[in-house]
Design a protein around this ligand. Structure first.
Ligand SMILES: Nc1nc2c(ncn2[C@@H]2O[C@H](COP(=O)(O)OP(=O)(O)OP(=O)(O)O)[C@@H](O)[C@H]2O)c(=O)[nH]1
Length: 606
C-alpha cells in the first residue's frame, strides 16, 4: 500500500516523501501491525458449513434433521460472502474445549449488517435459541460492547458442541464466524480500532479544512467535497458498526436507514463534485447530463427509503454504484486533455477504485484477508479524499494563475487600446490644427485672387511697423490700381473682370515676394504691397518692374487678348512716421499717377 501510495503521489506530480520519512512510516505501520498479527493468531475461525432455506420456513428441528442428513454444504464461499439471499441460511460449526475445566468462548460474527440471527446448541435445540441478535436488536444485547455481534458461550470440560446459526438478512449477507477468548479478541481489535481512528481522524481533518476553505473562498467545489466526505464518513460509520456502537446504540433501525441515506448522498455528492470540479457543463455536456440523471436516481433512492422496505432499496442502490463509478471515470478521461486538474481527479478516483477492487478480491478469496486488504476501502477512500483535496488546491492554483494571466492580458490590451486611442487623438488634433491653420489662412486671404485681404493687410502693416521700429529700418508701401478696370467689366463682363484681377495678382505676387515683401488686395481693383525697401530708387525699381510686367503680359480671357496696365503710387515709410500715413501718401501718389495719364509709377514726396 505504501508503494501504491508513493506511486500515486509520484504519478500525481506531487513532491514524493523523502526515503527516510518513508522508512519511518513503514516501521511505524509495522509496529502497529505486529501486535495485530500476534492476537490474530489467538482468534480461531471454526470450520463452517451452511444450508440455504429459500422459504425461510425451516425451524430448528427441521435444520437439525437437515444437518443429521448431511445436507449442509461447505466450505463457505470466499470471504464468507453469500450475497443477497431470500429466506434464511443455516450455519453449523463446532467448538471443542480441550481443557479439563469449564471455559468461556466469545462467538463473534464479524459483519455488522445482519438483520436477525439465532444461535442454538445442537444438543439443546429444543430449549430455544441461546442467542438472538442482529442489527435490529439494541446494542446492549451483546456480551462485549464492540462493533461486531458477539456472545459468550460456556463449554464444559472436554466438551465438543455443534452450534446451529440461523441468519436472515435483507442486505448482502456475509457471515464470518470467529471464536476466541474475550480478552484475546479485544486485543486483536486494537489495530483495527487504530485504523478506524486514523481514518475518521483524516476525514474530520479534511472536513474541517475544506469547510473553512468553502467559507473563506465561497467556491462551491469545496461544499460538494465536504458533502461527499460527510456522506462517505457517515456510510462507513454505519457499515463498520461504529456508528451503532457509539452514536445510536438504542436505535437499531436508524442504522439501517442511515446506510441507505448515506449511500445515496455519497453517490449524489460525488457526481455533483465531478460535475463542478471537471466543469462538465462546458467541457463535456453529455457527461454532465448523465451525471444529473444519476444524481436524480440517487436522490430518488432517499425518497424510496421512506416508502419501500430496506431490501427493495439497498439492492438497486448498490447496483447504482457501478454506473456511477464508470461515468465519473469516463468524465475524468473525457476532459483530461483540455483540463489539467482532471489528472488529479482521476488519480484520486483510481485509488478508491483500487481499494474497492482489493476489497472485492479479499471477499472473493483471491487475496488473503490481512489488515491492509481488509480495510482497503477505508484506505482507498482516505487516500482518494486526500488526493481530491490536493486536486482542489491545484485547481485553485490554476485558477489564480489563469486569472493573473488574464488580468495581465487585459491590462496589456487596455494599455494598447489607450495607446491607440491616444495616437488617434493626436492625429485628430494634428488634423484639427491643420484645418484650423487652413481656416485661419482662408480667412486671411481674398477668395478671388488668393492674396492677403484687406483685414490681413492691417495686421501685416502693424507688424511691419513694429518690427521696423524695433530695428530702425524703413520700408515702402506701393498702392497699385488697375487702369480703366471699369471698362473691362463694362466691355467684357464681370467674369472677365475677375480673370483680370486674378491675372494682375499673379503678375504682382512673384516680384513682390522676390523683394521680400507681401501683397494684399486692398479692395476692388486695388492692391497694396509692403516691401523692405528703404531707398526710393529701390522702391521705384520694384514699382516699375510691376508696371512693366503687367503692361507686357496681355490678359487672355474667353479667347480675347486684353491689354491691362496698372498705376503705382509709392511711399517710403520713414522713421517716426506712421504706417497709415505712409499708406495715405502712397494713395495720393497713386492718384497723381492716374492723373498723369495712368500706366505709370509716382513716388510720394514730402
Ligand atoms: N469684376 C469685378 N469688378 C470689380 C470688383 N471689385 C470692384 N469692381 C469694379 O471695379 C470698377 C472700378 O472702377 P473705377 O473705380 O471707376 O475705376 P477705373 O475704371 O479702374 O478707373 P481708374 O481707376 O480711374 O483707372 C467698378 O466698376 C467696380 O464695379 C471685382 O471683384 N470684380
Amino acid at each position: 500500500m505504501q508503494g501504491l501510495l508513493r506511486g500515486v503521489v509520484v504519478a500525481a506530480g506531487l513532491k514524493p516523501p523523502r526515503a527516510g520519512r518513508c522508512a519511518r512510516l513503514v516501521i511505524l505501520m509495522a509496529v502497529c501491525f505486529i501486535p495485530h498479527l500476534a492476537w490474530a493468531l489467538a482468534v480461531e475461525r471454526p470450520e463452517v458449513r451452511y444450508f440455504h432455506d429459500a422459504e425461510g420456513s425451516l425451524d430448528v428441528a427441521g435444520a437439525r434433521a437437515v444437518w443429521a442428513a448431511g445436507r449442509f454444504a461447505g466450505p463457505p464461499p470466499p470471504g464468507d460472502n453469500y450475497g443477497f439471499r431470500p429466506g434464511a441460511t443455516w450455519f453449523a460449526f463446532g467448538l471443542q474445549n480441550p481443557q479439563g475445566r469449564p471455559v468461556e468462548r466469545l462467538v463473534v460474527i464479524e459483519y455488522t449488517l445482519i438483520d436477525r440471527f439465532e444461535l442454538y446448541r445442537l444438543d439443546q435445540a429444543s430449549a430455544g435459541p441461546l442467542w438472538i441478535g442482529g442489527d435490529l436488536q439494541p446494542f446492549g444485547a451483546r456480551s462485549l460492547p464492540i462493533r461486531y455481534f458477539n456472545r459468550s458461550v460456556e463449554l464444559a470440560p472436554y466438551e465438543r458442541v455443534t452450534f446451529l446459526l440461523r441468519v436472515a438478512s435483507q442486505s448482502s449477507m456475509q457471515v464470518p464466524v470467529v471464536v476466541a477468548e474475550a480478552d484475546h479478541y479485544l486485543a486483536s481489535q486494537q489495530s483495527s480500532l487504530l485504523g478506524f481512528g486514523l481514518y475518521f481522524g483524516v476525514l474530520a481533518a479534511l472536513l474541517i479544512l475544506n469547510s473553512i476553505l468553502f467559507v473563506s473562498l465561497r467556491d462551491r467545489n469545496f461544499l460538494y467535497y465536504v458533502a461527499y466526505v460527510l456522506s462517505v464518513g457517515l456510510m462507513l460509520l454505519c457499515l463498520s458498526g461504529i456508528g451503532f456502537q457509539l452514536f445510536w446504540p438504542d436505535s437499531p433501525r436508524l442504522g439501517n436507514w442511515l446506510v441507505l441515506i448515506s449511500m445515496s448522498l455519497s453517490l449524489a455528492s460525488m457526481l455533483q463534485f465531478a460535475r463542478a470540479f471537471l466543469d462538465l457543463r462546458r467541457r463535456f455536456p453529455l457527461g454532465d447530463r448523465l451525471c444529473l440523471a444519476l444524481i436524480a436516481l440517487s436522490l430518488i433512492g432517499i425518497a424510496a427509503t421512506f416508502v419501500l422496505p430496506y431490501s427493495q432499496v439497498v439492492l438497486p442502490l448498490t447496483l447504482l454504484v457501478f454506473p456511477v463509478a464508470v461515468l465519473v471515470y469516463a468524465c475524468g478521461l473525457a476532459v483530461l486533455r483540455s483540463y489539467p486538474p482532471a489528472r488529479y481527479f482521476l488519480i484520486a478516483w483510481t485509488t478508491l477504485l483500487l481499494g474497492i477492487m482489493l476489497y472485492a478480491a479479499v471477499a472473493l478469496g483471491w487475496v488473503p484477508r490481512v489488515f491492509f486488504t481488509e480495510y482497503a476501502i477505508q484506505l482507498g477512500s482516505a487516500v482518494e479524499m486526500i488526493l481530491l483535496s490536493f486536486a482542489l488546491a491545484y485547481r485553485i492554483n490554476l485558477l489564480t494563475a489563469t486569472t493573473a494571466q488574464l488580468e495581465g492580458e487585459a491590462r496589456g490590451q487596455l494599455e494598447r487600446r489607450v495607446r491607440e486611442r491616444t495616437d488617434d487623438l493626436d492625429a485628430a488634433l494634428r488634423r484639427l490644427e491643420t484645418a484650423n491653420r487652413q481656416l485661419e489662412d482662408f480667412s486671411r486671404r481674398d477668395g478671388l485672387t488668393g492674396c492677403f485681404n484687406r483685414r490681413s493687410f492691417e495686421h501685416i502693416l502693424r507688424r511691419w511697423e513694429q518690427q521696423r521700429n524695433g530695428d530702425g529700418r524703413d520700408f515702402s508701401v506701393l498702392m497699385i490700381d488697375i487702369d480703366e478696370f471699369k471698362q473691362v467689366n463694362d466691355r467684357y463682363g464681370h467674369l472677365v473682370g475677375d480673370d483680370c484681377l486674378r491675372h494682375v495678382a499673379q503678375l504682382l505676387e512673384g516680384p513682390v515676394a522676390d523683394a521680400g515683401g507681401q501683397l494684399c488686395r486692398y479692395g476692388g481693383e486695388e492692391f497694396v504691397a509692403v516691401a523692405p525697401l528703404s531707398q526710393p530708387d529701390q522702391a521705384q525699381a520694384l514699382a516699375e518692374r510691376l508696371r512693366a510686367r503687367t503692361a507686357d503680359r496681355t490678359l487672355i480671357s474667353e479667347g480675347r487678348h486684353i491689354p491691362v496696365t496698372i498705376s503705382v503710387g509709392i511711399a517710403l515709410r520713414e522713421q517716426a512716421a506712421s504706417a497709415l500715413d505712409t499708406v495715405r501718401r502712397a494713395d495720393e501718389a497713386l492718384y497723381r499717377a492716374k492723373a498723369l495719364g495712368r500706366n505709370r509709377c509716382e513716388l510720394a514726396t514730402g
